[in-house]
Design a protein around this ligand. Structure first.
Ligand SMILES: Cc1cccc(C(=O)O)c1OC(=O)C1CC1
Ligand SMILES: [Zn+2]
Length: 318
């Protein structure tokens, strides 16, 4: 049993895990009481006028709607991850409300951040199942809020690709945290738990091989200003993957070999860059420079700092 924090009334929040005595691996996690204190869920009842009816606020009991309860829990996990990994208290660093509206429109195959809150469609049951049930989608949307409160990366051009990449990256870092800090194939898939429910193993995007989705870029020289930000994000997504796990470009666009530094150090570097160094107009070349700067600020070794530059070189950012 470990103490994760304290509740509003001062009682400790305990994280109960069953640990394998031989190798210390986490065998099972008992339901966690989240440290979040600012969740506010709304039910749009398939309409589109935001925010919709307030159906569950922080500390309220579960409702009869599993989608509301699941999104409430995903927001809790996302809040916990940002607090525990980066010591960030919500979107704005000061406990800002996590406003989420579910059941947006009908058969809506999207989720989005509207500048103030998160909005989730139910999906049409074929392209997507309910997007509000997904942890990496929820953390993706919440990260748009973190980015808008920090670097405020302009949502177009190269900075737009970086904005989207921050959301894919931290969406999956939160998924890694929620899985008990265990890396799996799913850590590098985006939206895999709600994308095409009738097809196993696929995903909306693939950080370890962005071109696998047929649209995303994996090589900076292929970038043009007309590429959708959800596709140019692949350049930075692949750089993050290679920095975390090591290796070479999956489609041999370059021959650079990157040394792995692990997902947690890679996440600390990208978090510090996005929240303390990036500006609204950051380019991919500046992202290479400033993630290197972040690694140096964090006191990482020369080898780790070089691995950051190598990861960007591997995706053609020279
Ligand atoms: C599905 C979808 C459509 C349009 C915008 C977004 C958006 O939030 O940028 C979107 O959500 C995602 O990309 C998350 C990762 C699944
Ligand atoms: Zn996004």
């Amino acid at each position: 049993v470990t103490v994760k924090g304290t509740q509003a009334d001062g009682t400790p929040i305990l994280d109960k895990v069953l640990v394998n005595a031989v190798d210390g691996s986490v065998v099972a996690r008992l339901p966690t009481i989240h440290t979040a204190k600012n969740r506010e869920l709304h039910d749009l009842k398939n309409k589109t006028t935001l925010p919709g009816t307030t159906v569950r606020t922080e500390g309220q009991a579960a409702t009869s709607d599993a989608v509301v309860n699941n999104n409430y829990d995903r927001l809790g996990t996302t809040y916990d991850a940002y607090k525990e990994l980066f010591n960030r208290d919500s979107l704005d660093g000061s406990g800002g409300k996590l406003i989420s509206s579910v059941h947006y429109s009908t058969k809506y195959n999207n989720a989005y951040w509207n500048g103030t809150q998160m909005v989730y469609g139910d999906g049409d049951g074929s392209t997507f199942s309910n997007l509000a049930n997904s942890l990496d989608v929820t953390a993706h949307e919440l990260t748009h809020g973190v980015t808008s409160n920090t670097s405020n990366l302009e949502y177009s051009g190269e900075s737009g690709g970086l904005n989207e990449a921050m959301s894919d990256i931290f969406g999956n870092v939160v998924e890694y945290y929620g899985a008990g800090k265990v890396v799996s194939d799913n850590t590098w898939k985006v939206g895999e738990d709600v994308y095409t429910p009738n097809t196993a193993g696929d995903a909306l995007r693939y950080m370890n091989d962005p071109a696998k989705d047929g649209d995303s870029l994996d090589y900076y020289p292929d970038y043009t200003s007309g590429v959708d930000v959800h596709y140019s994000s692949g350049i930075a997504n692949l750089a993050f993957y290679l920095l975390s796990q090591g290796g070479k470009h999956p489609r041999s666009k370059t021959t650079v070999s990157v040394t792995a530094i692990g997902i947690e150090k890679a996440a600390q570097i990208f978090y510090r860059a996005n929240t303390q160094i990036f500006t609204a107009s950051t380019t991919f070349a500046q992202a290479k420079q400033w993630t290197g700067q972040a690694a140096q600020d964090l006191g990482y070794t020369q080898a780790e700092i070089s691995a950051v530059a190598d990861a960007w070189s591997a995706v053609g950012v020279t």
